[in-house]
Every structure is written in C-alpha cells, then in structure tokens.
Design a protein around this ligand. Sequence first.
Ligand SMILES: [Fe+2]
Ligand SMILES: [Fe+2]
Length: 263
Amino acid sequence: MAKSAGTVRFAAVGDLHVTREAAGTLRAFFTQACEHADALLLCGDLTDYGTAEEAHVLAEELAVVKVPVVAVLGNHDFESGMPEVVTETLTKAGVRVLDGEACEIEGVGIAGVKGFAGGFGRGSLGAWGEPAIKQFVQEALQEALKLESALAKLRTPRRIALLHYAPICGTVMGEPVDIFPFLGSSRLEEPLLRYPVDAVFHGHAHRGTMEGKTINGVPVFNVARPLLQRSRPDQAPFRLFELPREEGSEREPAAPVPAAASA
Ligand SMILES: [Fe+2]
Ligand SMILES: [Fe+2]
C-alpha cells in the first residue's frame, strides 16, 4: 500500500521485546514499516528487561526510520527499575515517548500512556480492603487520569490513543481467562468515552485478539507483535491505519461527552 497525499498513515506495533541479541535484526522491519507510513507507533514492551543496553540497541535499530516515532513504555520496560533511562535513551534517538502527554503528527493528535492492570467490567478490582489492593487500583486510576488529561489537551480533529495495557476485554480474548485481570483495565476505557478518538492501539496481550471496539464503537487494535506474527504470518508484523489528512483544521480542545451520553 503506497502512501497517499490525502491521508495520514500510521504503522503500529507493540511488544518488540528488544534484547541485546536483537542488534541488526530490526532494521529491515523498521525500513519496511516507514516506507508504508507517515509515522510509526510503538505500543510498549519496547525492551525485554528494561535495561540501558536494550534501549540502546533499539535506538540504534530505529536510526533507519525517517518518519516520526511515537511510543509508550510497557511493563517490561520497568523491569530493571530504570524506565527513565529507557525513555531518555529513546528520546535522544528522536522518539517521542508519551507518559500522559499528547503530541501531534501531521494534524492527528496522539495521546499516550502505558496504562495498568485491574480487570474488565464486573471483574474489575475495586479499591477496597487492604492498603496494597487500594494502591494497586490507585495505579490504574492514575493511568486513566493521565490518559484523560492527555486527551483533553488535544485540539486536532483526528485523535489516536496509544497504550500498552488493553482498555477493553475484547482484544485480550484468546488469552487464558485466569490472566485477564493482568492484561488491562476497563478504567482505561472511561476517558475514551468522554473524549472519543478515531482509534486505540495497545499491546501486552500477546495471545489476544487483533480487533475490538469500545462501548461507544471506537476501534481498538491489539498490535502485539507476537499476535500479528501468528495471526498474519504472510505479512510484516505491523498494523497500518490511515486517517483523512485535514490540514489547517484546528478546533477547540476536545469537549468531554456528558456522562449520560457515554454510558
Ligand atoms: Fe509484551
Ligand atoms: Fe507487557
């Protein structure tokens, strides 16, 4: 699919899980992705253990990318206790790493946050009982608030949400039901009902489902690389998504949808 002047096209993938052994192995993939897209979106678990060395390997591999790169971190990027080093290394390489912030690519606004776990719908963990449980739930609420404040800042007519954890149950289907609560949280869906977007991308659920919808009909794409590789072995493991190009059409900051209308 060639790039088109009338659209802005994104190539999205998550869960690269870059290790030190990955040096030299991702350049062809990144080159192919940016040949087809105006920007590259990376949905967390950029590294395998969140080490400085892995972040450097990824930064080197991304040197071939000639389009903007926007990313969020994933849980693996926290494993070595130095997510700020991962962020700094990638930022120096030109990647826009979002943690509750927003940016704009060719008139399309992108709000990004890692997200957190906690479960979906009636299975959501509630903030009740021991302090540890309350703290766990608070982490998910905090990530949802960060997403909401990022979305509220965007003035663009078109908007995308970039996450690592899933905001809906539909795109984790295929994983063992026992681990659903660790794959995402419905609390991340709430800001998407108040500030609707054109699409949501996430990763983390390696054995989930590629597509779902929020309860207000927004498409949600699970772009975990292992899932894309397994589901479409004949295609390069990134998901292309395009939006009409609407240059010069700034609008007021997104107005929240009243709660009654979003239920
Ligand atoms: Fe992952
Ligand atoms: Fe993950």
